[in-house]
Ligand binder design. Structure first.
Ligand SMILES: O=C(O)CCC(=O)C(=O)O
Length: 176
């Protein structure tokens, strides 16, 4: 299964017996829907591969202060910034990626471990405002500095991960 993940080496270097994902999460975002900043957490090995379909999105990355490091925004978290891990993070994103439909995005290492990621709940993305690291490569045709507003449509994402511990159906049965 998933020979192209194996061929491309996306999941190489992880402490896993097979170099292929065993978990896929499908999300649908209507225009204006997003996801709060979060880390994916310890249930997964620290590489995640996401295929995007239908619409672009702007994936924003927030710094999580490391142990002993003072967060420059400490005490200024907006009330709607709670995260799935309850960790504090920078109030504004440090950088973003323009995620195009039909793209495969792989997050690993520091980006996976040290940053939270989230998608704002907006219908228009202003490409002039964010520090978009891949803007030159990902800029759609016809979009330039003067018309840099990208309208979102419905986006489907397929997020592939390796879950470390799974229960066999037999074990699930025995636990009941
Ligand atoms: O839809 C995406 O690209 C991000 C999904 C995500 O961060 C998640 O499901 O945890």
């Amino acid at each position: 299964m998933f020979p192209r993940f194996q061929e491309s080496g996306v999941f190489d270097g992880l402490d896993a017996p097979h170099r292929v994902p065993n978990h896929c999460l499908v999300n649908e975002y209507l225009a204006g829907q997003g996801i709060m900043p979060h880390k994916d957490g310890p249930a997964y090995l620290p590489t995640v591969a996401t295929i995007s379909l239908s619409s672009h999105c702007l994936l924003e990355f927030y710094k999580v202060p490391e142990e002993g490091e003072k967060d420059s925004n400490e005490g200024e978290q907006p009330s709607n910034s709670s995260t799935t891990t309850n960790e504090k993070h920078s109030q504004e994103p440090v950088f973003s990626l323009l995620v195009q439909p039909r793209s495969l995005l792989v997050l690993k290492e520091d980006v996976y471990n040290k940053y939270m990621h989230g998608i704002r709940e907006v219908t228009l993305d202003d490409l002039r405002k964010s520090n978009i690291l891949n803007l030159n490569e990902a800029l759609p045709e016809g979009i330039n500095d003067t018309n840099a507003l990208l309208e979102r449509g419905t986006r489907i994402s397929l997020t592939f991960r390796i879950v470390q511990k799974t229960l066999s159906s037999k074990k699930i049965f025995l636990r009941k």
